[in-house]
Design a protein around this ligand. Structure first.
Ligand SMILES: [Zn+2]
Length: 309
């Protein structure tokens, strides 16, 4: 049988009326192919026009160049097998042959255990992505925890001693992926810039909620007050006060901003932006203002400073 004619599946017509062949000269007997021979022999292929049996697995292996010619079992590969009288012994001997065993290994067994390289690479890439996402979420939730507790992310000295890295190491005791993550040389998002960026994203998300609350309120005002920190630096505290739908007053802390002085002239947004070391709070206030769009802020006139806003 020519290799190009190998069918995609072995032909196994179990109920066919198989033609008889005569065996022996002295006491001739007639035997035909038996449909039951297909049972437990998935490789057996019956060529109906020629009344011959072949091994489908060996034919596929030969067609695909997976068999060496020295190993070929010609009866089941090329000429065709037709010794129906001793068929069972013939099938057994073919199954044990080096040719058949090599073919089964290369055509049936190996493809089952060996996956396609592209598929393996894409599975590995998908796993990497999954682990990266899990670790990045742990990095984010650690920053959220430290911010929530009002602790410093970093200290003055060695970064590895900071609350942040120590918290990640602690979490690594329950999930070793985190330990691998912080050992990475790059793309671990634990540097100071990444920490600040993540904090800013979280702060803006909270401000969005605050802005939404204020948007739903009829009355609201800004309260600004001055405070002096331990190192004697002037700071301005911004709080938005509003009344919710149950007419309960709510106060939302927006932030602290360092200012050079607390007189009315200094406490204009433009001047604070120009001279203040820390403009984050002002940015946040403007962010809320933008979120509210057409709702102008109402000045709280209890202090001089506020009046200047
Ligand atoms: Zn075979």
């Amino acid at each position: 049988m020519a290799c190009s004619m190998v069918p995609s599946e072995p032909n196994q017509p179990k109920a066919l009326s198989f033609p008889k062949r005569t065996f022996g000269k002295k006491a001739p007997v007639q035997r035909s192919f038996q449909g039951s021979w297909f049972d437990s022999r998935p490789w057996l292929h019956y060529d109906e026009p020629r009344d011959l049996a072949f091994c489908h697995v060996c034919m596929v292996a030969k067609r695909d160049g997976k068999l060496t010619s020295t190993k070929a079992d010609k009866a089941f590969l090329e000429s065709g097998f037709s010794n129906w009288k001793d068929a069972t012994a013939g099938f057994k001997s073919h199954e044990k042959s080096e040719c058949h065993q090599a073919a089964v290994e290369r055509v049936v067994t190996l493809p089952k255990v060996t996956k396609d390289v592209g598929e393996m690479l894409s599975v590995s890439h998908a796993n990497d992505k999954k682990v990266n996402r899990q670790c990045l979420l742990k990095v984010l939730s650690s920053i959220r925890f430290i911010a929530r507790q009002g602790l410093a992310l970093r200290g003055d000295g060695d970064d590895s001693e900071s609350n942040y890295i120590q918290l990640l190491k602690l979490r690594g005791e329950d999930d070793s992926k985190i330990l691998d993550w912080i050992k990475r040389k790059n793309d671990k998002y634990t540097c100071a810039e990444s920490q600040n960026e993540m904090l800013k994203i979280m702060a803006l998300s909270i401000l969005r909620d605050v802005a939404q609350n204020i948007k739903n309120s009829v009355f609201y005002s800004i309260m600004a007050d001055e405070t002096t920190d331990k190192s004697n630096r002037e700071q301005i505290v911004l709080v938005i006060r509003h009344v919710n739908e149950n007419l309960e007053p709510q106060e939302e802390f927006i932030g602290l901003t360092k200012v050079p002085s607390i007189d009315a002239d200094t406490l204009t947004i433009e001047k604070m932006r120009r001279e203040g070391n820390n403009i984050t709070t002002i940015d946040q206030l403007e962010f809320i203002q933008k979120s509210l769009r057409d709702k102008p802020f109402v000045s709280d006139t209890r202090t001089n400073g506020n009046r200047a806003m």
